[in-house]
Design a protein around this ligand. Structure first.
Ligand code: ACO
Length: 323
């Protein structure tokens, strides 16, 4: 079996917060934020909007574009670091809203690499025959875990959700000209915990906590780990950078994206960028970018797309797919 993407959707909260808006509350400027990160604005969820609300909207959009009835889903994975509650998994709320009772549903936590981890996990279920259809979502309300007084972090993140629907089709991963997921590679290195973490949690402080980050160190690790990740994906599939139609990277920082593309020798026209408008939406950023590029006609059926991400943990990884 192999996993084919048969639907894609996304959702962004309505409220736009610009860099100028943030400059009213912390000592920063539009010029500083744009120059260091490429971010111009971000979406922030309404007070009564939770991660599962965002996830449900993205999931509905993805299912609408597929021919899969929600009641026939076998598996729902929601990648998030900002679940509605400590438990149950927010994926079960999504399941109830979609009318998909009975199937597997769980959350997956790999922060900004969450969507890549979730897609790889769903792919494994589909290829081994334990599921025939899967809904994979990345959804976050990072605005809820930011220290809005810390200018080093609060300017970098946003809220949103994206989703894909996968179906198992006959045949193995086989030829790289076949549609479907061609390879997945996942990694983690827990040694650098203190470079990027949330300083709270049910078992430590019994508070939700806020993001703490050593930005410059994270940047350094991101650039080296992501270039390893993309090289690994291409080598494993005997694919050259020229054969790639699109790079859809995790959207953390324009400079990280540009440096990964440069190392690959990939021209900017082949890289999907949304960080300017969405900021870093963690697990949601890759499916948000993919959905935008599919809907506006840049990413077309049959094209070869490399997804990659890196985040807290550290975690990092890639998915190569012919969409
Ligand atoms: N506005 C103005 N000044 C600021 C701001 C701000 N928003 N934030 C920090 N500064 C100041 C700092 O206080 C520092 O001042 P000092 O020199 O007087 O101490 C100065 O700017 C330089 O700070 P650095 O952190 O060294 O700046 P840098 O060039 O590294 O840029 C940034 C910071 C944008 C955070 C960068 O390091 C980065 O993008 N790192 C990656 C972080 C990331 O993407 N994390 C997301 C999660 S992981 C992932 O998704 C890959």
């Amino acid at each position: 079996k192999r996993s084919v993407i048969v639907g894609c959707g996304s959702y962004l909260p309505a409220r736009i917060v610009t860099n100028e808006d943030l400059a009213h509350t912390v000592e920063t400027s539009d010029a500083w934020i744009r120059e260091r990160s490429g971010i111009a604005q971000r979406r922030i969820a309404a007070n009564d909007e939770t991660t599962s609300d965002l996830a449900i909207a993205a999931a509905r959009a993805a299912l609408d574009g597929s021919d899969i009835d929600p009641s026939t889903l076998d598996l729902i994975i929601l990648a998030t670091a900002t679940p509605d509650n400590t438990f149950p998994a927010s994926a079960t709320k999504v399941q109830a809203a979609l009318g998909a009772a009975g199937c597997m549903a769980f959350d997956l936590q790999a922060v900004c690499t969450g969507f890549v981890y979730a897609l790889a996990t769903a792919d494994a279920f589909l290829r081994c025959g334990q599921a025939r259809t899967a809904l994979v979502i990345g959804a976050e309300t990072f605005s809820r875990i930011l220290d809005w007084q810390d200018r080093g972090t609060c300017v970098l993140f946003g809220d949103g959700a994206g989703a894909v629907v996968l179906r198992a089709e006959d045949g193995g991963r086989g030829d790289k000209s076949d549609r479907g997921i061609l390879s997945t590679h996942l990694h983690a290195d827990g040694q650098h915990y203190d470079m990027l973490y949330v300083d709270g949690g049910p078992s430590s402080t019994q508070t939700t906590g806020v993001v703490r980050m050593q930005g410059r160190e994270v940047f350094r690790h991101a650039v080296s780990k992501l270039s390893m990740a993309v090289e690994e994906a291409l080598a494993a599939n005997d694919v050259t950078a020229e054969e790639l139609d699109w790079l859809v990277p995790h959207q953390a920082n324009r400079r990280i994206i540009d440096s990964t593309a440069r190392k690959l020798g990939l021209p900017p026209e082949k890289v999907v960028v949304t960080v300017d408008r969405h900021a870093n939406t963690s697990a949601a950023s890759i499916p948000l970018a993919l959905d935008e590029a599919i809907r506006d006609g840049r990413v077309r059926p049959g094209q070869l797309v490399l997804l990659e991400g890196m985040g807290g943990g550290f975690t990092w990884g890639s998915v190569l797919a012919r969409v």
